[in-house]
Design a protein around this ligand. Structure first.
Ligand SMILES: *Cc1c(COP(=O)(O)O)cnc(C)c1O
Length: 428
């Protein structure tokens, strides 16, 4: 592979954009080297600025679950564009997508659209605090809920990759209301509840963690959290920005058959456009303005172009009842075959997977929390990343990230990935 054009573009970008990127992980700081600038995408493949193609295991960090540039989504958005970009008024389309979401997800009556996962999570905790009249929240080490102040405390991938989990600019006052528990460790949560009686507004988590790499919840962890929250009259918030409309149509709630009180969305819900959402029972959601007193707003929230992309994507997912099983099966095959390749070569590896999310952790047998993820052999992952990149396979550029399997990744793509991985181990 040649990266001449990417390299030139990156030099130019650094002059005008901090670090040359609009979101830190794209800069390749974790894996080293020059970020590859992409130009276009179709199906399972990305094409870079030098005209080279790659099998894409990032899929825009999740949204492109149908693969890139799905013809029906493209057609619907093109049609919508002709009617204008934005009105700042209510539209029928917003009710249509809300109905579709409410009809697809367990346990929610109402949904509010926003423009990103960050906004969704930030608004969700404000709502939880307003609803409970309590201030503190519990979050888990390694879970990421966007970059709003309350969450930039041991926040997983981006922050972990850059070694500054507690970002400057987050005030002590804000940080002290976020209490940290350990993922998959119920005792750590119980202790916080004991030490802060009547003060916890919400427990927020990724029901399948994806931002310290893929870390599924242990058996009963979510059930026990639900019980603890009920006992303490605390709201349980599932951050389903990654898992929503991916683990199942009804997200992790449906996948694990557990009900949360507020559920946040992003990524798949916008089909590649900047969309987020948060949802819950009417009794909770009606605390939002203008119905209630908890303020939340957005100039471009519910934007018609974004809503059309989201609505079409969700409709296609709903019509295709086999898709979730299909992408889960692809993920299982990849996991099993990759594990066999590494183990045969005597390389210690733990490959976590859940639904259509997976992460390869080298040098360890188990990863069930952030410390485990940090102890993996990230140097070896970085070598693996670059070897695959050189051979036309685009993995997330950090060992703390999740690979997202799209419906366009089929037998050929899996075979090629296994083949290149075999070459990687034989060259070690
Ligand atoms: C991506 C992500 C977010 C943030 O969403 P943005 O759209 O990047 O603001 C929040 N929570 C989780 C679980 C995510 O994966």
């Amino acid at each position: 592979m040649l990266y001449q054009r990417s390299s030139d573009l990156f030099k130019e970008a650094q002059k005008y954009i901090p670090g040359g990127v609009n979101s830190p992980v794209r800069a390749f700081r974790s894996v080293g080297g020059t970020p590859v600038f992409m130009k276009s995408a179709r199906g399972a493949y990305l094409t870079d600025a030098d005209g080279q193609t790659y099998i894409d295991y990032i899929n825009s960090w999740g949204p492109m679950i149908l693969g890139h540039n799905h013809p029906k989504v493209l057609e619907a958005v093109t049609e919508q564009l002709k009617g204008g970009f934005s009105f700042g008024t209510p539209t029928e389309l917003e009710t249509e997508i809300a109905k579709l979401i409410v009809g697809s997800v367990p346990n929610i009556d109402k949904v509010r659209m926003v423009n990103s996962g960050t906004e969704a999570c930030m608004s969700a905790i404000r709502l939880a605090r307003g609803y409970t009249a309590r201030n503190k929240i519990i979050k888990f080490e390694g879970c990421y809920h966007g970059h709003s102040d309350s969450f930039l405390i041991k926040a997983g991938s981006g922050a972990a990759t850059f070694g500054n989990p507690n970002s400057p600019g987050v005030t002590q006052g804000t940080a002290q209301d976020t209490l940290l528990a350990k993922y998959n460790d119920l005792e750590s949560v119980r202790l916080i509840f004991e030490n802060n009686p009547g003060e916890i507004a919400a427990v927020i988590l990724e029901p399948i963690a994806g931002n310290m790499g893929c870390v599924p919840p242990k058996k009963d962890f979510l059930e026990e959290l639900r019980l603890l929250c009920d006992k303490n009259r605390t709201l349980l918030i599932f951050d389903e920005v990654m898992t929503g409309f991916r683990a199942k149509m009804g997200g992790a709630q449906e996948f694990f058959n557990i009900k949360a009180d507020i559920i946040t969305y992003g990524k798949v819900i916008g089909g590649g456009m900047p969309v987020g959402a948060f949802s819950g029972r009417a009794e909770v959601m009606d605390h939002l303005s203008p119905e209630g007193t908890v303020y939340q707003a957005g100039t471009l929230s519910g934007n018609p172009i974004a809503m059309r992309a989201g609505f079409t994507t969700l409709s296609l997912l709903k019509e295709d009842s086999g898709i979730f099983d299909r992408i889960t099966q692809t993920t299982q095959i990849l996991t099993k075959e990759l594990k066999a390749i590494f183990e045969k070569a005597g390389i210690q590896v733990c490959i976590n997977h859940c639904s259509s999310m997976m992460t390869v952790f080298f040098g360890t047998d188990e990863v069930s929390n952030f410390d485990d993820a940090a102890n993996a052999d990230h140097d070896l992952f970085n070598k693996y990343f670059h070897f695959l990149l050189e051979n036309g396979i685009y993995l997330p550029p950090s060992g703390y990230e999740t690979w997202f399997i799209s419906d366009c990744i089929k037998k050929d793509e899996v075979e090629k990935t296994l083949d290149i991985s075999r070459k990687f181990v034989s060259g070690l």
